[in-house]
Write a protein that binds this ligand. Structure first.
Ligand SMILES: NC(=O)CC[C@H](N)C(=O)O
Length: 390
């Protein structure tokens, strides 16, 4: 983009705050929940993570687009964010894997962006007042007109966005993490036949599927509304509940299906929305956090052991709503909200953060190994009990 082509753009928050900056990406207006992500890397993974559906993302890292965009780092088939807010846009991106610029990518995908605004000031507003709806536009430059559009938009609380992102068709995933990037310990996958995992897709990120495949799973991905009896027809060794966008409390079919699957006594592992759905199916409640956790350095643990984790969520489980069968395994150490749980008697565990770390640190990758060993132990137990019964 030549400097002469730079067009003005506007960001208006629901509280009436106005930021004036410059346009990049698509021509048009985007309305959604304005949130901030503090990660220093991985903007492409963020843009394509289906959990960001319906949101305008402010990147606090001060320069965006330095490494362009490539086909391999897509976390799903398309970007899901509504709009992008940046301090500065890199005009000379360069990377050996780059296929196009961030600007061209956002144009192709009809996503408007605004840059050249004070993202620190914006983030301070979102931290003190909480995440709120807003709009960015390079076609409507009248702040009052844009504010009226923002005020007419639905709020994130109570919004079910899963149907917009879940797979329409059932498919099998067997691609592991590419060998040049693989980081699992070489002894982490024991021998034995591949384990069958049914993944319920609330908006799954590809790197979760890759990590499951890397740990020796054959993954069957099913739409979010799949009834429990259809899931059990695959005779899965375990069930995975994925991440996803919107308010978890209104994903009624997912919660009912998970509740029904508890009775099947199969290992269940949930990530982010999957974790919230595990908690809700066990009788817990969720609530909306003031400004959420979005970034790559969120510390989680209890005492002694701390994991630095990748996160992207706006809702959380209410600790006091979880019954005596639930053990809290991790807290978010910044605000002490629930970050991980396990059931005391059933083979179920879940985390609020993203152990697949795409992007982010790999501290929590052991959770995939934990799921696999839970499934292997279960299979061994079943085999020995059927041998005794004979
Ligand atoms: N990454 C996710 O799965 C997010 C879960 C949920 N939409 C939230 O914002 O809390």
């Amino acid at each position: 983009m030549a400097l002469a082509d730079v067009k003005p753009a506007l960001l208006v928050l629901a509280d009436g705050t106005v930021f004036r900056g410059r346009a990049f990406g698509a021509t048009g207006t985007a309305i959604g929940e304005v949130v901030f992500n503090t990660g220093m890397t991985g903007y492409q993974e963020v843009l394509t993570d289906p959990s960001y559906r319906g949101q305008i993302i402010t990147f606090t890292y001060p320069e965006l687009g330095n490494t362009g965009v490539n086909d391999e780092d897509e976390e799903s088939a398309q970007p899901h964010v509504r709009g992008v807010v940046a301090r500065n846009l890199c005009r000379t991106p360069s990377n050996w894997r780059m296929q196009r610029t961030l600007d061209a990518y956002l144009q192709e995908n009809s996503i408007p962006g605004i840059y050249g605004i004070d993202t620190r000031a914006l983030t301070r507003i979102l931290r003190s007042s909480g995440a709120m709806n807003g709009a960015i536009s390079n076609t409507v430059l009248d702040a009052d007109e844009l504010l009226r559009k923002v005020q007419a938009a639905p709020c994130m609380e109570g919004l079910n966005l899963v149907n917009e992102v879940t797979t329409k068709d059932i498919y099998e995933w067997s691609d592991p993490t590419d060998g040049i990037w693989e980081y699992r310990p070489t002894d982490a996958v024991g021998g034995g036949s591949p384990l069958t995992v049914v993944a319920i897709d609330f908006g799954v990120k590809r790197n979760i599927l890759r990590r499951l495949a890397s740990y020796g799973c054959r993954v069957i991905v099913v739409p979010a509304g799949t009834p429990p009896e259809d899931i059990l027809k695959y005779e899965p060794d375990g069930i995975f509940l994925s991440n996803g966008p919107g308010d978890p409390a209104v994903v009624g079919d997912g919660i009912a299906t998970t509740r029904a699957l508890l009775a099947a006594d199969k290992p269940i592992f949930g990530i982010c929305m999957g974790h919230q759905i595990v908690g809700l199916s066990l009788g817990g409640e969720t609530f909306k956090l003031k400004f959420g956790h979005r970034g790559l350095n969120q510390p989680c643990g209890l005492s002694q052991h701390v994991e630095i984790t990748s996160q992207n969520h706006g809702f959380a489980l209410r600790e006091e709503s979880l019954g005596p069968d639930v053990e809290i395994t991790h807290l978010n150490l910044n605000d002490r909200t629930v970050a991980g749980l396990r059931h005391k008697t059933l083979p179920i565990f879940s985390v609020q953060y993203h152990p697949e770390a795409s992007p982010g640190p790999h501290d929590a990758d052991y959770l995939f190994a934990q799921f696999v060993s839970m499934m292997r132990d279960r299979t061994a137990e079943n085999l020995s009990s059927s041998a005794t019964a004979r």
